[in-house]
Design a protein around this ligand. Structure first.
Ligand code: FES
Length: 300
């Protein structure tokens, strides 16, 4: 497509300055004084399988963004009712429902947050503070509504909505600009063709060890099992693109060296989070003469 060069603006739009200031939050290393020990604490909670459920593993994508809709929807509806006379009781009900449903949204958010890169954690911390402020303001609004102080209650509610909006903006920046929670292996399907890629000779693959090779543009992890099977997955972890070939191979699985997600080598299924999206898998064949080739499987 031809671009009309006279239509290219000389200055970045005002929105770019807003995005830059949001980017700046990720560079505030002082936030690490709180974020680093807090993340360690969150990771240390003995939550067992609940941790994977909270990450969203059964859904195949993070649970937190879905749960956030509950308090936001309740509070937005309450704000709309606050502009209509005679709706005190339903508005108070919605404010309370929002405060209650903010709790599971916050829990899932904190668990995801603890497994992020440092820059993402800084942005996520500010996002969480804004969300907590919104919840506190709405809790105060609910109490004031019960006491009949309607004007004050509505003012607190609108302040809470502003805090929730600011938090939502930070959350959007965290997900779409900084890539938290998105599937880092999604591009693999678009980067490999449906053909065989030679990746080396059989003797290049020691039994039980991960070997990194390239299938065109895509790094691939190849493992030769003790029973002679050859298995291959995309090498960049679907969680945050950690190099799986540097990870631990055990019991037919690979464990990511960055945040310990575990993927089954046969099909890339997630056995343990924080990853929620499966790892693209490859078929492997050994040609006469010992040349090893990989091709995308149906799950790429
Ligand atoms: S990059 Fe986080 S678990 Fe792999």
């Amino acid at each position: 497509m031809r671009i009309d060069e006279t239509a290219v603006p000389e200055r970045a739009p005002v929105s770019a300055a807003v995005v830059r200031s949001l980017d700046h939050v990720g560079q505030l290393t002082g936030l690490d004084l709180v974020a680093t020990p807090l993340a360690r604490l969150v990771r240390a909670f003995p939550l067992g399988r609940f941790r994977d459920i909270a990450h969203g593993l059964p859904l195949g994508h993070p649970l937190h963004p879905a749960l956030v809709l509950l308090p936001l929807g309740s509070w937005l509806s309450a704000a709309a009712l606050d502009t209509v006379p005679g709706t005190r009781r339903p508005a108070r009900f919605l404010v309370g429902a929002g405060v209650l449903t903010a709790a599971p949204a916050a829990v899932t958010g904190w668990l995801d947050w603890a497994e992020l890169h440092a820059e993402q954690r800084r942005t996520g911390l500010v996002h969480a503070v804004a969300g907590s402020a919104a919840t506190a303001l709405y809790a105060a609004s609910w109490v004031e509504r019960g006491r009949g102080r309607t004007v004050r209650a509505k003012a607190l509610g609108f302040l809470g909505l502003a805090a929730a909006g600011a938090g939502g903006m930070m959350g959007g920046h965290l997900a779409y600009r900084q890539g938290a929670g998105t599937n880092k292996a999604a591009s693999v399907a678009h980067l490999v063709a449906d053909r065989w890629y030679p990746v080396g000779q059989l003797e290049d693959f020691p039994v039980g060890r991960a070997v990194r090779r390239m299938a065109g543009e895509v790094p691939v992890l190849v493992v030769r099992e003790a029973d002679g099977r050859m298995l291959a997955l995309a090498d960049r972890c679907s969680h945050l693109a950690g190099p799986l070939s540097d990870g631990r191979i055990f019991a037919g699985c690979v464990q990511c060296p960055w945040h310990a997600s575990v993927f089954r080598l046969t099909d890339g299924a997630v056995v343990r989070g924080p990853a929620t999206a499966p790892q693209p898998s490859f078929r492997v064949t050994v040609r006469p003469g010992g040349e090893v080739c990989v091709a995308p499987s149906d799950t790429v």
